[in-house]
Design a binder for this molecule. Structure first.
Ligand code: NDP
Length: 387
């Protein structure tokens, strides 16, 4: 039986992994909508290949290019945030949310309001609007499938168990490319070094988040909303091999772990096939070849981001949205060569100290905090500029 699917963020790293799996199982899927921000040529190519009904660019200035590239295909082209939301609201069985950043929040909420199955990779949306999004998921009876590898691992380890029996959920972290770097080395880390992740091939923003450990901080908040066992039962351990993707310990001291190759096609496949299983093109895990699995405590002196995220979650209300928006601005500035690597966490910390967000009650409140923090964080950046 074919199922219809919409892919928000089709031209990104998660988008490519998802479409690779769909390509291998083409007759199972009807592609409804594919979206990007401004990669019009790439999006048009994918829309043609997968015979999408509609292709949407978030940046309206790229719509003319998309239209031209789709001339004669019969595929509808649209642009702008409202068009992204309309695409997300179209009737489909399955949505993959893989836009990067809080830019994905409004479309994700539209997909939730429509109902059905939502595979969520766009962690920044959940971090920014945790209570509002989880309430909407319950209200619209959405099947929310965690796509982030750690959360997908936890989801698999939790199957058939009660939250009440969970003693501890452990998120594993690779530690990123700078795990063994000294503070002095970190001060001069360059964008190309930060995006060169040792185990995972990902988009630029999440690669930098991995290098600062903010990715794990965001994931801690994501885990808090997806698996409400209490912050005191969530912990992080550094595991450089990225073979164990996370673990759940139960009160009888039995710990379940999910292992697999460091390839996002594994968790994405688990979502696409849920509640069943499907083939993936990955080689089987060869533990004898891997040889050793090692674990370390996170070092929050060199990598303060996990502390900032935990504190933001404890502060509650709009603070996680502040953390996320400040981080998005700071990561962008680092990638543009405007600030040094260690300034990313410094900018986030300063914004958390400066900005007291009112607890948001609606999506619009969250988006207002996000917009406000972006303006103010840009001012903070000036005092941290490299030149
Ligand atoms: P990429 O940067 O590779 O791709 C992002 C996608 O979002 C692209 O399709 C991009 O379009 C689109 N996009 C960017 N900005 C906007 C915008 N303002 N409006 C609409 N669309 C936009 O990111 P990743 O695939 O790496 O990550 C996507 C999400 O998944 C992130 O939230 C990330 O944290 C999460 N994730 C990623 C993992 C990975 O392995 N990559 C692992 C776990 C989670 P365009 O090409 O036109 O710029």
């Amino acid at each position: 039986m074919t199922r219809s699917i919409t892919l928000l963020g089709a031209t990104g790293s998660i988008g490519a992994s998802t479409l690779d799996l769909i390509r291998r199982d083409r007759e199972q899927w009807d592609v409804e909508a594919l979206t990007a921000n401004c990669s019009a040529q790439e999006l048009a190519k994918l829309a043609r290949e997968f015979d999408a009904k509609v292709a949407v660019v978030g940046d309206e200035s790229c719509l003319a290019e998309l239209r031209e590239a789709l001339t004669g295909t019969g595929i509808e082209a649209a642009g702008g945030e409202a068009a992204l939301c309309e695409a997300a609201a179209r009737q489909t069985d399955f949505t993959v949310a893989a836009i990067v950043g809080c830019a994905g929040l409004r479309p994700v909420m539209k997909a939730i309001e429509r109902g059905g199955i939502l595979a969520l990779a766009n962690k920044e949306a959940l971090v920014s609007a945790g209570d509002i999004m989880t309430a909407a998921v319950r209200e619209h009876d959405v099947c929310l499938l965690p796509t982030d590898s750690e959360h997908n691992a936890i989801f698999q380890c939790l199957a058939g168990n009660n939250f009440a029996d969970v003693a501890k959920i452990t998120l594993t972290a690779s530690g990123g490319p700078f795990r063994t770097w000294s503070q002095e080395q970190l001060e001069s880390a360059k964008p190309d070094q930060a995006v060169a992740h040792p185990n995972w091939d990902m988009g630029a923003k999440i690669s930098v988040d991995s290098a600062t450990m903010m990715n794990k901080g965001l994931e801690l908040i994501e885990a808090h909303y997806m698996f409400p066992v209490g912050l005191d039962r969530l912990q992080i351990v550094v595991h450089p091999q990225s073979v164990i993707h996370s673990m759940v310990e139960y009160r009888d001291r039995s710990t379940l772990a999910q292992l697999g190759p460091s390839d996002m096609r594994v968790p994405i496949a688990s979502c696409l096939a849920y509640p069943h299983r499907m083939d993936t093109p990955m080689e089987p895990l060869n533990l004898a070849e891997i040889g050793e699995l090692t674990f370390f405590e996170p070092d929050e002196e060199r990598f303060p981001a996990t502390r900032l995220a935990r504190n933001a979650l404890l502060a509650g209300g709009g603070t996680p949205a502040v953390l996320n928006a400040a981080n998005e601005v700071a990561v962008g500035a680092f990638l543009d060569g405007q600030i040094g690597f260690t300034r990313i966490a410094a900018v986030v910390e300063e914004m958390l100290n400066r900005y007291a967000a009112q607890p948001p009650s609606t999506l619009e409140d969250v988006l207002a905090i996000d917009a406000d923090v972006r303006i103010r964080a840009a001012e903070v950046l000036e005092s941290y500029a490299l030149v």
